[in-house]
Ligand binder design. Structure first.
Ligand code: MG
Length: 335
């Protein structure tokens, strides 16, 4: 029987990686050294630039802590930041369903403009298409972005080395928990369950200025911290060990994940960055993160070792559990 696209192909997990490896990379190729990162480094005569693109189909359009417009700006800004680049210019393409209130589109555009100001980036080009009622769900947005990479920065998921330290810039899983709570009207967590959606360019640039020798950065969006770390472990052919007790997690988020039956390590953040840093730069990197409001809860959560490529969780009860890429799609249309 012919294979069909399933929801899990959009999860950011194992099936999405299969699409990239079997459909896209063999046909499109990759620039040297860049396959698997959040953005491509494009060499130009004017310097080093990072280029990235993303599409957004989150449901509902508005949720505590954000909306599809803020997400569309932050997602692309953060993928540039994960390549060590400061976002400069974005494009925005809209697919609108016939019947969408113009007022809804205005609110989303207001939110995009505000997020762009916050991130110090300009939205300079775009496109609008409309499809018949039922051919799309209200509103989809695709954003692309370009930003310059400083000469002394070289971050890639392929650069993790044994002896490095794994750091996360703050509490995890808040975006996914907040969207699921809003979508299903679960009424969990009161006002505490809010998306962490935020532009990380200034946080990351400040930290890179303090410690330009950072090896790898990745924003743990779809697939969560676990999937992002498996990607890095595979790209670098290293073993990553994570200490479960050290991973920062707010109580309402933990409770929401327990009720939904989902491991918070697989739930998306939209305003957090994972970093793999040489041991010698760990303290400077952590203090640079912690001196910024978006990084004040940054924590060391694990280490990189030699060994077969993969991620192992040292659990709070003392066991060792291998972490694999997200299977299936427990949280569809989360971003
Ligand atoms: Mg990313």
């Amino acid at each position: 029987m012919a294979e069909l696209v399933r929801m899990a192909h959009g999860s950011g997990g194992r099936l999405m990686h299969r699409l990239i490896e079997e459909i896209f990379l063999p046909r499109f190729g990759a620039l040297p050294g860049g396959a698997g990162d959040d953005a491509a480094e494009v060499p130009t005569e004017a310097g080093r630039y990072a280029f990235t693109t993303d599409s957004f189909v989150v449901k509902p359009l508005f949720f505590p802590g954000g909306d599809i417009g803020r997400l569309a700006v932050c997602g692309t800004v953060n993928d540039l930041a994960a390549k060590g680049a400061s976002a400069e210019y974005l494009s925005a393409a809209f697919v609108l369903e016939e019947g969408l209130p113009i007022e809804t589109l205005s609110r989303v555009a207001d939110s995009m403009a505000a997020a762009a100001r916050e991130a110090g980036v300009r939205i300079v080009t775009g496109d609008t298409k409309v499809v018949e009622r039922g051919a799309a769900d209200e509103l989809f947005i695709a954003t692309s972005g370009i930003g310059r990479i400083a000469d002394n920065v070289n971050v890639s998921g392929a650069n993790a080395r044994p002896g490095d330290v794994v750091i996360v810039s703050g509490t995890i899983a808040e975006h996914g928990a907040a969207v699921m709570n809003a979508r299903h009207g679960l009424g969990l967590g009161g006002t505490e369950l809010r998306s962490d959606c935020a532009p990380l360019s200034q946080l990351v640039l400040a930290a890179l200025a303090a410690t330009p020798g950072v090896h790898a950065l990745r924003d743990p969006t779809r697939g969560g911290v676990a999937t992002a770390l498996v990607e890095i472990a595979r790209q670098s052919s290293v073993r990553i060990v994570i200490e479960e007790h050290a991973v920062p997690l707010r109580l309402p988020v933990r409770r929401a994940c327990e009720l939904l039956g989902i491991d918070p390590l697989y739930v998306a953040s939209e305003g957090r960055m994972l970093a793999v840093v040489p041991q010698t730069q760990k303290d400077a990197f952590l203090s640079a993160l912690r001196s910024h409001p978006l990084g004040c809860e940054a924590a060391e959560i694990g280490r990189v070792e030699a060994g077969s490529a993969g991620v192992v969780l040292h659990t709070t009860i003392g066991g060792l559990r291998p972490l694999i890429m997200l299977e299936g799609d427990p949280l569809p249309r989360i971003c």
